[in-house]
Write a protein that binds this ligand. Structure first.
Ligand SMILES: [Zn+2]
Ligand SMILES: [Zn+2]
Length: 214
């Protein structure tokens, strides 16, 4: 069985998720934004063997505990190559947001549009959805009951969309990503956003004020 556990982590309450195949105990961690102890506790409680640490994008609040989770698990840490410059800019991001500079780690630029990452029975599809950042991606995981889990990072929130005024952000690009890549997913797909509450694709298609009008 594939389960998804999501909790807020790090200085800005980024949603960190543990996607687990409960049979093989293989897991993928999405956006370990901080609070390593809390993440480690949950991984240990689940007996999870982390195979990959993946990031919806490379803003500082989504990568704060990556190095620690990497050291604990030996898993590879992955980003979209389009966000590598943001990882190099971490000291600038830290200074701007007044957040302590996190420990860094080697990031593999292996999150490529149209490919997927496997761990046990988990198959996590990757959609390149730029706009919030140039290397923003959306992850899609099908649970065994057929439910689709969509990790949109800071591209789509419940009733909101991501800001585009930071390094490499672009408002026309984020709208195109939302309309062409994300809203084309099934209505009942569960959206796990980068911050805040879950929603569904259908709810956002109807009720998101930024996405109305075509
Ligand atoms: Zn962000
Ligand atoms: Zn964020």
């Amino acid at each position: 069985m594939i389960s998804v556990e999501t909790f807020a982590a790090g200085p800005l309450g980024c949603n960190c998720s543990i996607v687990l195949d409960s049979e093989t105990k293989r897991a993928i961690v999405v956006d370990p934004g901080g609070d390593f102890e809390r993440i480690a506790e949950r991984l240990d409680a689940a007996g999870a063997a982390v195979e990959a640490i993946v990031h919806t994008h490379t803003h500082i609040d989504h990568v704060g505990a990556t190095a620690a989770v990497q050291r604990k698990s030996g898993a590879r840490a992955c980003i979209h190559e389009g966000d590598r410059f943001l990882y190099d800019l971490l000291p600038v991001q830290a200074a701007m947001l007044g957040i302590e500079m996190p420990e860094t780690v080697e990031m593999v630029g292996s999150l490529v549009d149209g490919t997927s990452i496997a761990a046990g029975a988990i198959e996590m599809g990757i959609l390149h959805t730029p706009g919030h950042t140039p290397g923003s991606v959306t992850f899609v995981v099908k649970g065994d009951d057929g439910t689709m889990h969509v990790f949109t990072g800071d591209t789509l929130f419940r009733r909101g969309i991501g800001r585009t005024d930071l390094w490499g952000g672009d408002s026309a690009t984020i709208l195109r990503s939302l309309k062409e890549r994300i809203l084309t997913l099934p209505d009942d797909a569960v959206v796990i956003a980068g911050h805040g509450k879950n929603t569904t694709i259908g709810e956002e298609r109807e009720g998101n004020p930024f996405l109305r009008g075509g």
